[in-house]
Design a protein around this ligand. Structure first.
Ligand SMILES: NC(=O)CC[C@H](N)C(=O)O
Length: 386
């Protein structure tokens, strides 16, 4: 008799536990419990990536968000020990159309359903995620809740609970996901530079991409001061991605202004781009439904090239696309723009060794089109030394 190869694990068909996904505006989707049974609240968002669900689930920027996957079948390659971007799943809840009942991959150690249950992540399956996505595109991201098991109640009660949950606008969340203690990611091969990286919810691949280029990365807690930053004697400073509303991060903006004042090379990703925008004097605003996925077209305006890029942002920088801006730290231009909707995707200082992007050149998951940005950072570090 043939035995199944070790790489294939099958998931027991779960008994159908009814679940409801309740949106703040009263729209309700009914399906079955997926992952843990119970209740959870967060901002309803959708991700258009067809692969990379493990990286999505463990990206700390998804803290307090209920993520729906637009790809209809999720879980096909199970869960492995190599792809997580942090030590745990951060999404507040998970919404899928059709969970794969078979996990088939040579690296898989367990099924996604088992992993969601083990980490207590409440999810829902069997709902029309296309209708959900169309609704969120029309009505905008909003608060939501998943209810199953004993938490499933009458519609009015569930809706009331959703409407009591906190909003994403004004949420200060970096401190809830970032490291408490500083740590060092050593350079791979010969050490060329030291960088102080503020952890605002950093993904594991980011320091790795720097380490690959000879950078020793000192990852610092979100509340690190300028003194802490300069205590590591950095050749450059990096601000990471992270959850929540950038308008709340006044402490980090003050640190960044000091970095700019000292003309230390700076690179920011995502939340880090929003904070560079704020440090330069621009505002930030909430997008209607955000950009989340691994297939967003962005134009690098300095080269004219279009990149396919990974995104996870619900806020954006409010900077003019059509002209160079004068700021207290010199001239600045919008270096990258999203071709779907003209949202600012990057800032380039013209009189400072500083730049940032709103998207994810570390590509975990996602295409590697934007990896050159880490090389641009290395050029800034080299330039400072010359
Ligand atoms: N990935 C990120 O850094 C996200 C930044 C911010 N929380 C946003 O939603 O826009």
């Amino acid at each position: 008799m043939m035995t199944a190869p070790a790489s294939i694990t099958t998931t027991r068909r779960r008994e159908r536990t009814p679940a409801a996904y309740v949106l703040e505006d009263g729209r309700i989707f009914r399906g079955q419990a997926y992952g843990a049974v119970g209740e959870t609240f967060g901002e309803a968002v959708f991700n258009t990536g067809m692969t990379g669900y493990q990286e999505t689930l463990t990206d700390p920027s998804y803290h307090r968000q209920i993520v729906a996957m637009t790809a209809p079948q999720i879980g096909n390659t199970g869960v492995n020990d190599e792809d997580p971007e942090s030590s745990r799943i951060w999404v507040a809840g998970y919404v899928v159309r059709d969970p794969s009942r078979i996990s088939s991959n040579w690296r898989a150690t367990r099924s996604l359903d088992e992993e969601l249950q083990a980490q207590g992540i409440v999810g829902i399956s069997g709902i029309d995620t296309r209708a959900l996505t169309r609704h969120l595109r029309e009505a905008g991201a909003m608060r939501a809740g998943i209810f199953s098991g004993a938490a499933l109640a009458d519609d009015a009660t569930m809706l009331e609970r959703v409407r009591q949950a906190p909003q994403m606008e004004g949420a200060d969340l970096c401190g809830e996901v970032a490291t408490d203690a500083a740590y060092v990611v050593p350079a791979i091969g010969e050490k060329r530079f030291t960088v102080a990286a503020l952890d605002l919810g950093i993904k594991g691949m980011t320091p790795h991409r720097m380490a690959e280029r000879g950078i020793e990365v000192h990852v610092l807690p979100a509340n690190a001061t300028a003194e802490d930053v300069y205590a590591v004697n950095p050749d450059g400073v990096f601000f990471s991605n992270g959850p929540g509303d950038p308008a709340t991060a006044d402490g980090q903006v003050a640190v960044l202004r000091e970095v700019l004042g000292r003309r230390t090379p700076f690179f920011g990703i995502c939340f880090g781009n929003q904070l560079l925008g704020r440090a330069l004097g621009f505002g930030t605003y909430k997008l209607k439904y955000g950009h989340r996925g691994i297939n967003q077209p962005v134009q690098d305006r300095t080269t004219g090239k279009v990149e396919v890029t990974a995104h996870n942002h619900g806020f954006a920088v409010d900077a003019p696309l059509d002209r160079v801006s004068e700021t207290p730290f010199g001239r600045v231009e919008v270096s990258h723009v999203c071709l779907n909707d003209d949202v600012v995707e990057g800032l380039q200082c013209l009189d400072q060794p500083a730049f940032s992007v709103q998207y994810h050149p570390e590509a975990a998951a996602g295409p590697h089109d934007a990896a050159y940005l880490f090389d641009r950072f290395v050029s800034l570090l080299e330039g400072q030394r010359a």
